[in-house]
Design a protein around this ligand. Structure first.
Ligand code: GLV
Ligand code: MN
Ligand code: MN
Length: 414
């Protein structure tokens, strides 16, 4: 008797084995996590492994000129496929689930269908997008941004990373400067499975998040210049200390977020003092500010107040300031019908579910510009992510991948 599509279930052991194999590449010793910054040697080895799995599944594989890789399983007709996917680059202290889960669960969905001999009416695609993290080459979601036409390829290739390398140079070096045209044709729909990376699902003892959208993101790089001098001889009143401007601004954004309340968040995640010596008043301070909120007006206000404070703090210290926007994305709302489909599928499969916004940036927020889009979240233990200790239980991974399977089949039914 033929298997009913609604009875199909993914194989959690196969999915966990692939997650573990990918996590061996760039593994951080003594932890479960990995470091595969975008377009590094480690990223290349990870890409090659995932592409080999796509080949094993007999997918039609394309690589575009920003290095996004898409594998397609044909459907009964040749309309645009339903796409899933995410990213396989990580931050330098990453976990094994962030992004990787969405890509490998997509492969698992296709392997499950292949094993059952089921061809959906519409084709299914699994993508991994370049440089979702933006940790080496800002902005985040770079590959999916270019995929949907939000940035031109030449501009993207010219982006310089934190180590001075360029996106175009590194794509060429690792062999992922592909020929597929950009912007790409819009998929029929897009749905991404991802770990929540926050504490909500675990705290509420829920299994599935039906993601309603992604909050706005603002990244700024700040350079402050003062005057380098002797730490022992320079009276406090005569100093032009850029580090003080940096520390005061870092404290200010924390207080601002506390004052505005959730969901406002604010982070100073990177800071560099020069010459960075114990007995020298620094000459320069360079640091980043990450502000996020679901309401664009609140985010704009937080940006304005932060800049105002920074300029005042610099003037008070006799320092000069330059700022550069590294990323600025408005909040995004996902498609009602896709959100409802995720929610209903989770309930039908017997899971607890809630609607929720995403605090992290995701490739889905870029795809939402061109097609109906949604996301599925599964719980993150202790709300930890961008940390090698990131963990999601096999039971929750399985639940999320099974919801993904049925949502993709539903979206591909016509
Ligand atoms: C990227 O994934 C981010 O949310 O920082
Ligand atoms: Mn991610
Ligand atoms: Mn991430």
């Amino acid at each position: 008797m033929a298997t009913l599509s609604s009875d199909l279930r993914i194989d959690i052991d196969r999915l966990s084995d692939r997650l573990a194999a990918l996590a061996e590449i760039g593994a951080i010793e003594g932890t479960e996590g990995c470091a595969r910054l975008a377009l590094t040697d480690e990223d290349k080895v990870g890409r090659d492994l995932v592409v080999s799995w796509m080949r094993d599944l007999d997918l039609t594989i394309t690589v575009d000129s920003i290095g996004n890789v898409v594998g397609v399983m044909g459907g009964e007709h040749d309309g645009q496929p339903v796409m899933t996917g995410s990213h396989i680059d990580t931050v330098r202290t990453g976990g094994r689930y962030d992004g990787n889960l969405g890509v490998l669960a997509g492969l698992e969905v296709i392997e499950t269908l292949r094993a059952a001999g089921i061809t959906p009416p519409r084709g299914l695609a699994v993508a991994f997008f370049t440089d979702e993290e933006g940790a080496r080459f800002p902005p985040d979601m770079l590959g999916s941004l270019v995929y949907v036409g939000g940035m031109g390829v030449e501009e993207a290739h010219a982006i310089e990373g934190i180590d001075g390398a360029t996106v175009g140079g590194e794509l060429d070096r690792i062999g992922y400067l592909g020929p597929a045209p950009l912007p790409a044709p819009a998929p029929h729909a897009f749905v991404e499975l991802h770990v929540e990376q926050g504490p909500v699902l675990e705290a509420e003892e829920l299994t599935i998040g039906a993601v309603t959208g992604v909050q706005g993101i603002s990244w700024t790089e700040v350079s402050v210049t003062g005057q380098s001098n002797h730490a022992g001889t320079t009276p406090m009143a005569l100093r032009k200390d850029p580090a003080v401007v940096a520390f005061r601004t870092a404290a200010f954004v924390r207080e601002l977020a506390d004052e505005l309340g959730a969901p406002q968040v604010a982070t100073v995640g990177r800071m560099h003092l020069h010459p960075n010596l114990v007995n020298v008043v620094p000459a320069t301070a360079e640091f980043t500010i990450d502000l996020r909120h679901t309401d664009n007006d609140v985010l704009l206000d937080a940006e304005r107040r932060t800049l105002e404070f920074l300029l005042e703090a610099a003037a008070a210290e006799g320092c000069t300031v330059t700022t550069k926007s590294l990323a600025r994305f408005d909040p995004v709302e996902f498609d009602d019908a896709v959100v409802a489909c995720v929610e209903q599928t989770a309930l039908t499969q017997g899971h607890t579910v809630r609607r929720m916004p995403s605090g992290a940036g995701h490739d889905a927020q870029m795809l939402a510009r061109v097609c109906p889009t949604g996301m599925i979240f599964v719980p993150s233990v202790n709300g930890l992510s961008h940390n090698p200790a990131e963990y999601t239980s096999p039971a929750d991974l399985e639940a999320g991948a099974n919801v993904l399977l049925q949502v993709m089949l539903e979206l591909a039914a016509t």
